[in-house]
Design a binder for this molecule. Structure first.
Ligand SMILES: NC(=O)C1=CN([C@@H]2O[C@H](COP(=O)(O)OP(=O)(O)OC[C@H]3O[C@@H](n4cnc5c(N)ncnc54)[C@H](OP(=O)(O)O)[C@@H]3O)[C@@H](O)[C@H]2O)C=CC1
Ligand SMILES: O=C1CO[C@H](CO)[C@@H](O)[C@@H]1O
Length: 417
């Protein structure tokens, strides 16, 4: 299903101003990729302008639905929009048998994540979530070392993101509106989300992360990075229970901090029949040190995970090499370093039948479901939610099941699998 000249993959990019710029440029680094189409709702210099200067031959769109109308012109699509539009665009593309690379978190709701997994399978397309750190040497080294038994069977995990949410500009929806700049297609930016008036900076660009309608807050933003090596190392599938502590929410913006406790069924990598993974976020937040089995001198850093095993503990900083400790001291043996992969080009090569992806939706959907179940728990603080993944049933609070999905704007409803 690659129809470009000389077997080249014809790539379309949707959302090429922010992270999409690096997704596009890194994928286009492959000599076997042709960038044939660009779609962005912001026609200003730093968004669409930059991409169309670099790829002048690419056809330009401001509405992804019109891009999909021209389905015969491309083989694969990169989706790097804000989170609420990942699934609607990716599902529609997969239904046209297009290969998909989609940013993290894969989706905005648990239901959408399951749909993405089903669609990738049904339409037999090559997929990759944009949690590119999975392909770095650091995370690959950590996963391989845990699999090789460097710290023995894993008893518990603590993961954290202690950065302050810079996107938290306001604590509630501001009144009023301003005229939409002529370069911005606001209705297309809103997409499936309920209509709301335009205000500069508050939503687009980047600060949409504050809002329930577009994002899943700090856990949604970083869970698919920081929990990724944990999920992969422990071979986790789906949590059975989730409980969060978080301040009460106002149904508009995500909390400034949250703690989420997940229980997962044990695996051949874990010590017991179940394993607990605790997530912490908020400015300067770190997990309680006494639980971690690390020497006092070890600094935890701003974000990462500590895996506590039967033989020792491993610190996996967010984007740095792991270190491990036996009996509370630095281990004598160094961890064998595993080389990096190219997260972007490997997807393009896989689309051409010459490689395999590692964050395909069979992996990325369950990881995203886990992250998003944590965000549901944060909306229902104190409730112990029980998750039956096969039946997709979330119990433990009256509203829980309904939070697996959301209302879609009339006329923008996705076509489900
Ligand atoms: N893997 C990683 O390390 C990172 C991943 N991300 C992820 O990338 C995604 C984008 O985030 P970020 O770049 O920060 O967000 P921005 O808001 O900065 O940029 C999003 C881009 O998508 C465009 N866009 C928005 N809606 C549409 C649409 N419906 N159709 C076409 N284009 C659209 C935007 O245009 P406009 O400029 O008008 O908004 C902009 O160019 C998110 O899912 C985020 O989680 C982000 C940073 C790093
Ligand atoms: O890795 C990342 C860097 O920060 C961004 C903004 O919070 C995240 O979205 C992104 O995933």
């Amino acid at each position: 299903r690659v129809a470009g000249a000389a077997g080249k993959l014809r790539v379309a990019s949707v959302g090429c101003g922010g992270k999409g710029w690096s997704d596009l440029v890194n994928t286009a680094a492959s000599p076997n990729v042709d960038v044939v189409a660009l779609c962005d709702i912001d026609e200003s210099k730093d968004h669409f302008g930059r991409a169309s200067e670099k790829f002048p031959q690419a056809k330009r769109y401001t509405d992804w639905r019109r891009l999909l109308d021209d389905a015969a012109s491309f083989d694969a699509v990169i989706v790097s929009t804000p989170d609420h539009m990942h699934a609607p665009i990716s599902l529609a593309a997969m239904q046209l048998k297009k290969h998909v690379q989609c940013q993290k978190p894969l989706t905005h709701t648990v239901h959408e994540a399951r749909q993405m997994q089903l669609a990738a399978k049904k339409y037999d397309v090559v997929t990759q979530m944009g949690n590119q750190i999975q392909s770095h040497s650091a995370y690959r080294t950590a996963v391989a070392a845990v699999h090789a038994g460097a710290i023995g069977k894993v008893r518990e995990v603590h993961s954290w993101q202690g950065g302050s949410p810079t996107w938290r500009l306001v604590d509630d929806r501001p009144a009023g509106s301003e005229p939409v700049p002529t370069t911005i297609h606001w209705d297309e930016w809103l997409g499936v989300a309920p209509e709301r008036p335009y205000l500069p900076k508050i939503y687009h660009a980047f600060n949409w992360r504050n809002w329930l309608d577009f994002s899943n807050g700090q856990l949604g933003d970083f869970g698919c990075h920081i929990l990724d090596p944990v999920f992969m190392a422990l071979k986790l599938t789906a949590p059975t229970s989730i409980r969060a502590d978080a301040p009460p929410m106002n149904k508009e913006v995500w909390p400034k901090s949250e703690t989420v406790v997940y229980e997962f069924p044990g695996t051949d990598i874990t010590a017991g029949k179940s394993v607990r993974v605790t997530w912490y976020d908020g400015a300067k937040v770190v997990p309680p040190r006494e639980t971690l089995g690390l020497p006092e001198s070890v600094k935890l850093g701003g974000a990462g995970s500590v895996l506590v095993g039967e033989k020792g503990s491993m610190l996996i900083p967010h984007v740095a090499m792991p270190t491990h400790y036996i009996d509370g001291k630095p281990a004598e043996k160094e961890l064998p370093v595993v080389e990096a992969r190219d997260h972007y080009v490997s997807w393009a090569d896989a689309c051409r039948g010459e490689d395999k992806t590692t964050s395909h939706f069979d992996y990325a959907s369950p990881l995203t479901e886990t992250v998003l179940l944590g965000t549901i728990a944060a909306r229902l603080p104190g409730s112990v939610l029980k998750w039956d993944s096969a039946a997709m049933k979330l119990t433990g609070a009256a509203e829980a099941q309904a939070m697996l999905t959301k209302p879609y704007r009339k006329g923008w409803e996705p076509t489900w699998i």
